[in-house]
Design a protein around this ligand. Structure first.
Ligand SMILES: NC(=O)C1=CN([C@@H]2O[C@H](COP(=O)(O)OP(=O)(O)OC[C@H]3O[C@@H](n4cnc5c(N)ncnc54)[C@H](OP(=O)(O)O)[C@@H]3O)[C@@H](O)[C@H]2O)C=CC1
Ligand SMILES: N[C@@H](CC=O)C(=O)O
Length: 396
């Protein structure tokens, strides 16, 4: 019997527990022993559950001091506390699995080093793109390929919002509430809609793909919360869709990384990724690209990624992350064409960065020539627009 502990019993914790219980026999056949949940950490112990209440504790010491517990699964979402829990667990030679991209993206290299020193597994498949197995394939692909680009839809909540605004023509707040009720959103949905969550996932993917530490603060970010139905309907007329895209690419030996709304044409592989679905594309030297798609959030989809990691950790089946170089960051050098909607009548006649201009009743729509991204931000600053007065997206 192998004893493990769960930290957190919310959307992901319950999904992982259900799979560990229902698939106990097949897990045993692969691991060689039964995997049993011995303890579950929660803050609030005053709650209703069908499972044995004696499993629950609100004291981490009950888990860390228990030498029978060989592995902990962290699914709390609390970055500060989980940093301490994960470090203590690794230093106590317990394997660690986590779904928490907040803590992984902040302390990735430190955790990798401590796990390596203690010869235990540190795995985080569930932290990037929910159900999709992407970390394991990516770690394997970097052995035989130089990866030149990683691109994807990495946040289920914002994609669910964008799809449902378009299909149901419903209001932003109404759909966000639905995403929260379905367990897709982060504790603070700001992280979902402002691209913070996607950025954290891109940081993890890019670091593995490019073998260089690419930190959260090195990635440019713009969210989608100021979008309105007018943007979606306008682009729909042109058979275009907006998606919140996370992308890192290598150019001339440096990297460029950005998370922002992007306008896609029919035919783009990301165009048809709707609802809470995610996709990750990796571009390797031995092939064009590989794509991995599936549910990006939710209880059982994410729980499934957790349990796959538990099996890999206990079986010793995992690849290392190799960070072998330091790449220059050229993210400030991004050039593209942009769509901008401004809720103010502004005269942009004679501006040579403007490609086209349309006057609507309460707003204007502008498309730009190819410009530097920072130039666009300067122009928006010069116009003194408040955050809610405009929305922009990059043409792919
Ligand atoms: N929801 C999803 O679809 C996905 C989530 N994730 C990540 O998984 C993690 C968990 O998310 P999710 O399950 O949705 O979150 P929930 O809010 O549903 O659940 C969090 C659980 O953790 C417990 N908890 C929170 N803080 C602490 C703490 N300091 N000490 C002990 N227990 C704590 C809560 O206890 P209590 O109930 O007592 O308050 C609760 O049981 C997050 O990092 C999230 O980003 C990753 C992929 C998908
Ligand atoms: N809030 C996240 C959950 C999974 O990582 C999302 O919506 O994608």
């Amino acid at each position: 019997m192998i004893n493990i502990a769960l930290l957190g019993f919310g959307t992901v914790g319950k999904g992982a527990y259900e799979i560990l219980t229902n698939k106990k026999d097949s897990i045993k056949r692969v691991v060689g022993e039964e995997v049993q949940v011995k303890k579950i950490l929660k803050r609030n112990l005053n709650f209703k559950t069908e499972i044995d209440k004696s499993l629950f504790t609100d004291n981490f010491e009950d888990i860390i001091l228990d030498e029978d517990i060989k592995l902990i699964v962290e699914m709390t979402g609390d970055v500060e506390k989980s940093y301490i829990y994960i470090k203590k667990a690794l230093n106590s030679k317990k394997h660690v699995i986590t779904a928490n991209k907040g803590v992984v993206s902040e302390y990735f290299e430190e955790f990798l080093e401590i796990a390596d020193k203690n010869k235990v597994a540190f795995l985080y498949e569930a932290a990037v793109a929910g159900s999709i197995p992407i970390i394991t394939p990516l770690k394997s692909q970097v052995i035989t390929n130089d990866i030149s680009r990683v691109r994807g839809i990495l946040n289920g909540t914002s994609n669910f919002l964008l799809t449902n605004m378009q299909v149901r023509k419903s209001k932003y707040d109404e759909i966000l509430k639905e995403a929260q009720d379905l367990g897709y959103a982060e504790a603070d949905p700001y992280d979902d809609v402002e691209g913070v969550d996607a950025l954290r996932k891109l940081r993890i993917l890019s670091t593995i793909a490019f073998k260089s530490s690419i930190k959260n603060e090195e990635i440019l970010r713009r969210g989608m919360s100021t979008i309105d139905l007018n943007d979606i309907l306008y682009l729909e007329k042109h058979r275009q869709k907006i998606k919140l895209i996370a992308e890192s690419r290598m150019e001339d030996g440096a990297f460029k990384s950005v998370v922002e709304p992007v306008i896609l044409e029919v035919g783009d592989e990301l165009y048809g990724i709707d609802g809470a679905e995610n996709i990750v594309e990796i571009y390797g030297e031995n092939y064009g690209s590989l794509s991995f798609a599936g549910e990006g959030a939710g209880s059982l989809p994410t729980g499934n990624a957790i349990v796959s990691d538990v099996i890999d950790a206990l079986g010793g089946n995992y690849y290392p992350v190799e960070i072998t170089r330091h790449l220059e960051n050229k993210s400030s050098d991004i050039y593209a064409k942009y769509y901008i909607r401004i809720n103010r009548k502004i005269n942009l006649d004679g501006e040579n960065w403007i490609h086209s201009f349309e006057n609507h009743e309460d707003y204007i729509i502008v498309s730009t020539n190819t410009i530097k991204r920072s130039f666009l931000l300067d122009k928006i600053r010069e116009l003194n627009l408040s955050e809610n007065e405009y929305f922009f997206a990059r043409f792919n």
